[in-house]
Design a protein around this ligand. Structure first.
Ligand code: SF4
Ligand SMILES: [Zn+2]
Ligand SMILES: [Zn+2]
Length: 306
């Protein structure tokens, strides 16, 4: 098998592009896809301050490494969520990577930010822990990124993530989320915009990239993750991809171009700000999700282990 670019021995085959690459040209391909996403969606410029959310998983590790290699100004933010060994290991990997590469990554602790670790939530909160965890991460990431003077918050979402979320929203006609399916979401008020520069790369391509570049990442799954529907959506999409070449990219980018415009005016909710912390909220009570959950927890003697 020969590299499509240089005709030397190829190591990686990409069916969806009918291409084969040697290591060097595969890396070049990854940078090209990232650059294309940044330019075509006007994500950020070289002189902007990028705050990269680094969980320790392969996508976020690849994301900060690629952007750094491409000469962007990156600062990583890692939030230790307090999920036993899983969080300890994630923090260790992120810290080691930062030390060895010189890429700055700041580490924060949910316990210090919120007063409680994820593992400390018990019923009824424990039943919807991923939803709570996701909201807490978003909330504190926004606050930290603003404090650090970030122009944009960068996340490592890839094409498979975007397709599975889109499929779920379409299946259940989640009209309120469909307009938000876009690789750039403008920040409200003081908040930086959110961007997804890995949107043109698949799960598999990123896996090959981190292996090739010997980027460390957390291999274990979070012990609290339950069988989310997105796993099934990804399986279906992977199956389709084996039958219909490039179907994921067609699905997502055609949606953005041809269908998303129909959903743009669906949601015209007035932006309000939390009267406790000032964070944006759409809640009728005027108190954001994180402040109201804090109030609930303080009002109860809900402590104890998860
Ligand atoms: S799986 Fe759920 S609890 Fe674990 S890190 Fe992800 S969102 Fe948080
Ligand atoms: Zn080559
Ligand atoms: Zn609030």
């Amino acid at each position: 098998m020969k590299c499509t670019v240089c005709k030397k021995e190829a190591t990686i085959r990409l069916h969806r592009h009918k291409a084969k690459f040697c290591n060097e040209h595969f890396i070049e391909y990854v940078y090209r896809q990232v650059e294309r996403a940044i330019k075509s969606f006007k994500m950020f410029r070289k002189d902007e301050n990028l705050i990269v959310a680094v969980s320790g998983g392969k996508d976020s590790m690849a994301c900060i490494e690629v952007l750094n290699e491409m000469g962007y100004r990156v600062t990583g933010v890692h939030i230790n969520l307090g999920i036993h060994e899983f969080s300890e290991k994630s923090e260790e990997i992120v810290r080691k990577f930062s030390r060895e590469t010189g890429i700055p990554i700041k580490v924060y602790y949910l316990k210090e930010l919120f007063g409680k670790e994820i593992i400390e939530f018990k019923r009824p909160y424990a039943e919807k822990i991923c939803s709570i965890c996701g909201k807490l991460k978003r909330y504190y990431l926004n606050i930290i990124a603003s404090e650090l003077g970030g122009d944009a918050i960068v996340t490592g979402h890839n094409l498979d993530d975007a397709c599975s979320i889109l499929l779920g929203n379409l299946l259940f006609a989640q009209v309120q989320y469909l307009s938000k399916q876009y690789p750039v979401v403008e920040g409200e008020g003081e908040l930086p915009r959110k961007v997804k520069p890995l949107i043109r790369l698949t799960d598999d391509e990123l896996k090959q990239y981190v292996e090739l570049r010997k980027i460390p990442f957390v291999q274990e799954k979070c012990p609290l993750s339950k069988g989310a529907n997105t796993i099934y959506y990804k399986e279906v999409l992977n199956y389709l991809e084996t039958k219909i070449r490039s179907v994921k990219a067609e699905f997502y980018f055609n949606y953005l171009k041809k269908l998303r415009p129909y959903f743009l005016n669906e949601e015209e909710t007035e932006v309000k700000y939390c009267r406790v912390c000032g964070y944006k909220t759409s809640s009728r009570s005027g108190i954001c999700y994180v402040c109201s959950i804090k109030n609930e927890l303080e009002g109860s003697d809900d402590k104890g282990p998860y």
